[in-house]
Design a protein around this ligand. Structure first.
Ligand SMILES: Nc1ncnc2c1ncn2[C@@H]1O[C@H](COP(=O)(O)OP(=O)(O)OP(=O)(O)O)[C@@H](O)[C@H]1O
Ligand SMILES: [Mg+2]
Length: 256
């Protein structure tokens, strides 16, 4: 199982859209078995796949309970190859509980919990909150690759250096496998300012950038209301074609 964290300290940059659609493209177009981990109290990924709930166990229990089998928490979805480990607002409290409980390791809990199901999936994709907290660190410790979605605007690069530092610290201290697979330009509109922002990003060797850019499309809002991945809702929209191309690029890069 290859584990990928989708992360950016900034909100609203298409982390969730990227995680969910990457999972969908891997599952449906490449026939891969995918576990999607919702690591955000907002529970957007859980809602998108119809598994958001307060009545059943969630990521909070995975991070706080002792000897919990993660299979009790993972939910099936209407897609045969996509399962979801859901989250909800209880993650706020769970994060505090993890921090207060110093009797066991705090940063390796997600990795340890996912270990027993690693043979059941080809990919695990973690949709993170726009934050660095103990559950984000757990995600980085559990991951092989990091993908940073970036929506180019005036503040697009805020927090990028801090995130890069966090990735490097995690790699040095806890997870030598971790690598920044690349930044992914999302919500792209062919405006001059966006092109300048993109040129700046592509000129910085410390931030690898995927060749594929994800174009903005009005179809995306409609697709989220319909709870459908974009390639299912509108296969011919620019955004769908770009997520399909992006996953192909990501898989090809891994072959190098
Ligand atoms: N390519 C696109 N075309 C049109 N709208 C988009 C596109 N990508 C993202 N959006 C919209 O931008 C908004 C933010 O996207 P999303 O929820 O994926 O971001 P996020 O980074 O996960 O946000 P948060 O930090 O709150 O978790 C959503 O309303 C989404 O539908
Ligand atoms: Mg999100």
């Amino acid at each position: 199982m290859k584990t990928i964290s989708i992360i950016n300290l900034k909100g609203g940059v298409a982390k969730t859209l990227t995680a969910d659609n990457m999972a969908h493209v891997l599952a449906v177009f490449h026939n891969k078995r995918v576990l999607l981990v919702d690591n955000d109290k907002q529970g957007n990924t859980s809602k998108a796949f119809g598994v958001h709930s307060y009545d059943e166990k969630s990521l909070s229990d995975v991070l706080t309970a002792r000897r919990l089998d993660v299979r009790e928490v993972i939910k099936k979805t209407r897609f045969e190859n996509i399962d979801v480990l859901p989250a909800n607002m209880t993650l706020i409290r769970a994060n505090m509980e993890v921090l207060m409980d110093t009797t066991r390791p705090q940063q390796t809990r997600l990795r340890a919990a996912l270990d027993p199901v690693a043979g059941q999936y080809d990919f695990c994709i973690i949709d993170n909150a726009p934050d660095i907290n103990i559950s984000t660190i757990n995600a980085l410790v559990a991951s092989d690759d990091v993908i940073i979605p970036i929506k180019i605007d005036k503040y697009a690069f805020d927090g990028l250096a801090e995130l890069k530092e966090q990735i490097e610290d995690t790699r040095d201290d806890l997870n030598p496998r971790l690598r920044l697979a690349g930044c992914l330009i999302t919500c792209f509109i062919r405006a001059d300012a966006e092109k300048q922002g993109e040129a700046w990003l592509r000129s910085r060797p410390e931030y690898p950038v995927f060749d594929t850019r994800i174009r903005y499309s009005e179809k995306v809002t409609e697709s989220t209301f319909s709870e459908m991945p974009i390639a299912e809702y509108s296969r011919r929209s620019g955004t769908a074609m770009d997520y399909i191309a992006f996953v192909r690029e990501y898989l090809n890069r891994g072959k190098d």
